[in-house]
Ligand binder design. Structure first.
Ligand code: F6R
Length: 608
């Protein structure tokens, strides 16, 4: 998704903007640009490609020299990735903007502006906003923003330079995230905290339809009527180190290694006297007793964490759970009842479909619970109940540690729910919670014992055209995540299948040497899965088996065996996911891919 930054102060603005944009690279982008006030004029530099391409261009053409400006990394939505479509966009002589989001009525607005003599150079919806703002501007920035915002529909965060207001930045948001950072003699705007943390930890969260005005003397906020707003100053608890690679080759492998700590930090504060305690998050035993049905709504990896939630909650707490992809849920007229609990899982807390799904559930009278990693994000703020996962910033586009903490929370919730419903005693609940507390050490062991083997096995995957992941029950839920991880960063096609479903069609895909990753960690289903493995093996598949350290594996079952530490059957996903992440990681590395920023993908999907 696009990233926005802006700077007012005394530093070399071009340098600040580019280094801040680098910290937003995790959001995914295909072009970049900056606009800086230079001797009373706005100097724009843009390039298709990476920030390195922009820097190369500025080395060759000269970089804008000044202390005030805005910058942008673009993830194309309207119009191909190209220099012309990249931001910042001018709206005429008076206005230059950067934008994150989507303007839904841009076609109508463009027609209106063309009728009024305006011409356009790009295919973007952003240029329409720039032109409209310019059209509405008569020297009063707030008035022009107010008028423009009353005309545009959609989601957006905007950073704006008015040509006759050197030394100032205006910013406004609706739906898309934007923060305003402050330090002595300088201020910043950014789509996310890591962009500014090297300069300041102090920031304000801009709310829906609030306007920020930044100068080197400080920042002020007003609503669309120009009425002053006082806001709470926040202090980021992330160190700069946490937002950087810390000696690893990629963020993804760093984040895989951070999983034990992330689980500890997420789980430990939610345990009291050996029992899960989510009271502080607004979830009480009394409330859980009343829950009749649960919907878990999310996208991608977060939805796969929801699948784990479904299997464990239905098994232990006997509450029916429906897992939905957010983009389907929001348009399929779901049947939601007042006593239903709707759980939204999201790392970023800004995923457009998940946010819309949550709003829909609320409007239907259900209670919503958000499980979110990004503090202060939209989903976190709007949910009725909130459990923060404490994974810290996840920078790699492929989610690993966020998934791990999402499933940790699923376990806590499941144990408390099962206890509330009377399906387990407090003693049983404590034993389960103890086992969960031992997981961080087991994840550590799993990384140590499977890392090199996964690296070796990855060498056998790099030339594959297609792979299958198979498993039953929780292993099927894990297979879905393993398959997504592999395809998104290795660009090798793969599919996850319920092992027992193969013979209903998919087994015809198996050819000599085709890699099949079989996950068989569920002791109660082990023999059944092994039968399915034999079916693919008999047809020539190269089987890579992920099983627990104690599993008895016949000689004819697998070509490669990855063993993970054994824990309670229901907790096995927390160790078994690790080799699936490592296999994806090393396959991507060996194929020479951009592991942390896979093509076409964005970290935070703030558009529908
Ligand atoms: C895959 C991945 C995505 C996200 C999905 C939801 O590795 O990261 O599938 O899980 O885009 O994002 P959040 O969790 O931010 O709502």
């Amino acid at each position: 998704m696009c990233g926005i930054v802006g700077y007012v102060g005394n530093r070399d603005c071009s340098e600040v903007l580019v280094s801040a944009l680098r910290k937003l690279e995790y959001r995914g982008y295909d072009s970049a640009g900056i606009a800086v006030f230079e001797s009373g004029k706005i100097n724009i530099k843009k390039a298709q490609g990476r920030l390195d391409d922009l820097e190369d261009k500025m080395k060759y053409e000269g970089k804008p020299c000044g202390n005030v400006g805005i910058g942008h990394t673009r993830w194309a939505t309207h119009g191909v990735p190209s220099e012309i479509n990249s931001h910042p966009h001018r709206g005429g002589d008076k206005v230059t903007i950067v934008h994150n989001g989507i303007i839904e009525n841009y076609k109508e607005l463009k027609e209106m502006l063309i009728k009024n003599g305006r011409t356009f150079v790009s295919e973007t919806d952003t240029e329409v906003v720039a032109q409209l703002l310019d059209f509405n501007y008569d020297g009063d920035p707030v008035g022009a923003l107010r008028k423009t915002l009353s005309q545009v529909e959609g989601s957006f965060a905007l950073g704006v330079l008015f040509a006759d207001r050197e030394g100032e930045i205006y910013a406004v948001r609706r739906e898309s995230p934007l923060i305003v950072g402050v330090a002595e003699g300088e201020s910043f705007i950014a789509s996310d905290v890591p962009a500014i943390i090297q300069y300041t930890k102090k920031y304000y969260l801009l709310e829906h339809d609030e306007i920020a005005h930044l100068t080197s003397d400080g920042v002020s906020f007003c609503d669309l009527n120009g009425k002053h707003i006082s806001k709470e100053l926040k202090v980021a608890d992330w160190s700069q180190d946490a937002a950087e690679k810390g000696g690893y080759d990629h963020y993804m492998i760093k984040e895989i290694h951070e999983q034990p700590t992330s689980v500890k930090t997420t789980v430990t504060p939610r345990i009291s006297d050996g029992m899960p305690s989510l009271d502080e998050c607004g979830i009480t035993v009394d409330y859980l007793k009343k829950v009749k049905q649960i919907h878990i709504v999310a996208c991608g990896t977060a939805m796969h964490a929801g699948m784990v939630g479904k299997y464990i909650i239905e098994k232990l707490a006997k509450v029916p759970v429906i897992v939905d992809i957010a983009s389907e849920f929001r348009y399929r007229e779901p049947l939601i009842h007042k006593d239903d609990l709707v759980i939204i899982i999201s790392q970023s807390g800004e995923t457009a479909d998940s946010l819309a799904a949550m709003r829909l559930a609320k409007s239907m009278g259900a209670k919503t619970l958000a499980i979110v990693n990004a503090k202060g994000s939209s989903i976190a703020r709007e949910a009725d109940m909130l459990i923060y996962t404490h994974a810290g910033p996840e920078i790699a586009v492929a989610s690993t540690k966020a998934y791990m903490v999402q499933i940790s929370v699923m376990y806590l919730l499941c144990f408390e729910l099962a206890f509330a419903k009377g399906y387990i005693t407090d003693g049983e609940c404590c034993r389960l919670t103890d086992a969960l507390c031992e997981i961080p050490a087991l994840i550590d062991d799993t990384i140590d014992t499977t890392n090199d083997l996964c690296h070796e096995i990855a060498e056998k995957l790099i030339d594959a055209d297609s792979l299958l992941y198979i498993g039953r029950g929780l292993d099927y839920a894990l297979s879905m995540e393993g398959s997504l991880k592999l395809k998104e960063i290795s660009y090798i096609h793969s599919e996850a299948y319920a092992a027992g479903e193969l013979k209903h069609g998919t087994i015809s895909l198996i050819t000599e040497g085709m890699p099949v990753i079989a996950v068989a960690t569920q002791t109660s289903l082990y023999d059944k899965t092994v039968s399915n493995i034999k079916e693919v093996k008999a047809r020539g598949a190269m089987v890579i088996l992920v099983c627990d350290e104690k599993a008895e594996v016949g000689a004819d079952v697998a070509d490669h065996i990855i063993r993970v530490p054994k824990t309670l059957e229901m907790l096995m996903p927390m160790t078994a996911i690790v080799p699936l992440q490592l296999l994806a990681y090393y396959t991507s590395v060996l194929r020479g891919n951009d592991v942390d920023k896979p093509r076409n993908l964005a970290k935070s999907v703030t558009v529908e």
